[in-house]
Unconditional design. Structure first.
Length: 178
């Protein structure tokens, strides 16, 4: 942790020039957290233990001339997880899929619309992230969730040709579960 913080602190301050091309990698090379409100840092490349146990840390600049920051911790840890179980998220996904299966099971959508294929895309949108159980905990994330959902859907009625889970902030973004 000390080496990681020292490396973050050794990065130069961001410099803005009118002709500067800012790429996605630019923020990895400067102190992106060096603003009055601080910022999260989540790139733990080269620090496997931090990568395993931390989702991100929030770093605040140590500005001696700002009395409002005297009470603020310099580094705050954001651990994945919370007062929930991964089972809850998995069951919520399975419940939504079965709702769609029940809705379309007798609707004969294929012949009504002359479809060769009828797929279901379960989209984990921003609203879902605000109102549902998080999918991350230590050693558990989107791929593990998809695998558990896949196991639960093995015996589901064949209403859809394929079912995908889609999460816009994950890599990969979509995983086929049926």
């Amino acid at each position: 942790m000390y080496r990681f913080i020292a490396a973050e602190n050794a990065k130069p301050l961001p410099e803005f020039h009118p002709h500067l091309q800012i790429t996605a990698d630019y923020w990895k090379t400067v102190r992106s957290w060096y603003a009055p409100q601080g910022a999260p840092v989540d790139d733990f490349s080269g620090y496997p233990l931090l990568e395993k146990y931390l989702e991100k840390i929030w770093i605040h600049p140590r500005l001696n001339n700002n009395p409002s920051l005297l009470d603020v911790e310099w580094i705050e840890f954001e651990l994945p997880g919370g007062a929930y179980t991964a089972q809850w998220m998995m069951q919520a996904v399975v419940d939504r899929v079965y709702q769609k299966i029940n809705k379309y099971q007798n609707a004969d959508i294929r012949s009504q619309h002359a479809l060769n294929e009828f797929d279901l895309l379960c989209f984990y949108c921003d609203e879902a992230m605000l109102h549902n159980t998080p999918i991350h905990s230590v050693g558990y994330g989107f791929p593990q969730l998809a695998e558990q959902v896949k196991q639960k859907l093995r015996t589901a009625p064949k209403v859809f040709d394929r079912i995908f889970l889609f999460h816009p902030y994950e890599v990969p973004k979509a995983i086929q579960v049926y």
